[in-house]
Design a protein around this ligand. Structure first.
Ligand SMILES: [Zn+2]
Length: 104
């Protein structure tokens, strides 16, 4: 009986690097809106424009906001938006909840 000792052939394990997908391109077409916290009894926007002038836009309650905003402020949040510069205002949570007289 012949004994054959087979010397194992070196099997090179080919490491094929997985093709990594490129990182998601940065979307800069829509800048996220600016979100500020409303000061107590604040009704006018105090955001300054490029020239340093106050906006004084009327802050309106915004009910029907899109999903992007919902991701930022949550569902059914009480938020206000400036009618001019579209800055979003969140109610001041440190403020005691007040019962404002609803204008009809
Ligand atoms: Zn404004």
């Amino acid at each position: 009986m012949a004994e054959t000792t087979a010397t194992g052939a070196t099997t090179g394990t080919g490491t094929t690097p997985a093709a990594a997908p490129p990182a998601a391109p940065a979307e800069t077409e829509n800048k996220p809106p600016k979100i500020k916290v409303r000061k107590p009894r604040q009704r006018a926007c105090d955001e300054k424009d490029d020239k340093g002038k106050f906006c004084f836009g009327h802050l309106k309650r915004w009910y029907d906001y899109p999903k992007e905003i919902e991701a930022l402020v949550g569902k059914k949040a009480e938020i206000y938006r400036c009618e001019f510069c579209k800055t979003i205002y969140k109610p001041n949570t440190a403020e005691m909840p007040q019962s404002y007289t609803l204008r009809t």
